[in-house]
Ligand binder design. Structure first.
Ligand code: DX5
Ligand code: ZN
Length: 214
């Protein structure tokens, strides 16, 4: 399965070293957490950070935890985002945001918070490249995995197996570690985000290899 490291907790002065290390270890997907202090009670650097790290050859998987994603899409596209994921809960006109992202020729994802049911995505499933199931309340790294994500993953995986028109990947974000990643994979997920469990590990290579083998 695909491992998408989150560098949310990596300090700016360490960022280049960590990214070089991850790249040398074969990481392809990089998960970028973008927070506006309004949709979530935390802020992160925005497009300026992506501009600085775009020299790395990652698939930039951009997770917008912002109130008004429409104002971010062009800027992140120009800075190098390959996938832009916005939150279902943040917008009124979901379809117009999907169309905007896809009009740029990049991949589009939608994320749902722990209290949002996956059924709300039914009208959009055909259009989506990725669905990001949050397994913590968005905002901070290092929280505990919420088990209710498992049924959501299974639900989305079942639908995908039943319908040829659904081609989305299922990505899971929050509290993922080596103790729960097999269960997440068995439920049907394709991509896991890992922040603290990977970044704070004394043996990143081992973590990467274990996830890779699933
Ligand atoms: C939380 C972010 C996650 C987070 C993952 O709002 O979306 O990507 O950084 O970090 P861990 O793996 O530590 O939960
Ligand atoms: Zn994230």
């Amino acid at each position: 399965m695909i491992l998408a490291p989150s560098i949310l907790t990596v300090k700016e002065e360490e960022r280049n070293n960590v990214l070089t290390e991850l790249s040398n270890m074969g990481i392809i997907y990089l998960h970028l957490d973008i927070m506006d202090g309004k949709f979530v009670p935390n802020t992160t650097p925005g497009v300026s950070m992506l501009k600085k790290i775009n020299k790395f050859d990652f698939v930039f998987d951009t997770h917008l935890m912002v109130e008004d994603p429409i104002n971010y899409i062009d800027k992140f596209y120009k800075a190098g985002s390959d996938i832009i994921t916005f939150h279902y809960e943040a917008v009124k006109d979901v379809l117009s945001i999907i169309r905007k992202i896809k009009s740029l020729g990049i991949k589009c994802g939608i994320s749902i918070k722990p209290n949002t049911s996956p059924e709300v995505l039914l009208p959009y499933l055909k259009e989506l490249d990725q669905i990001l199931v949050m397994s913590v309340e968005p905002g901070f790294g290092g929280q505990k995995f919420m088990e209710n994500a498992i049924d959501k993953i299974k639900y989305l995986d079942d639908l995908r197996n039943k319908c040829d028109e659904y081609n989305y990947l299922i990505e899971v974000d929050g509290g993922v570690n080596l103790s729960n990643v097999s269960m997440i994979r068995n439920a049907g997920a394709n991509v896991v985000v890992m922040g603290t469990a990977l970044i704070n590990s004394t043996d990143k290579k081992l973590v990467i290899e274990e996830v890779d083998s699933l």
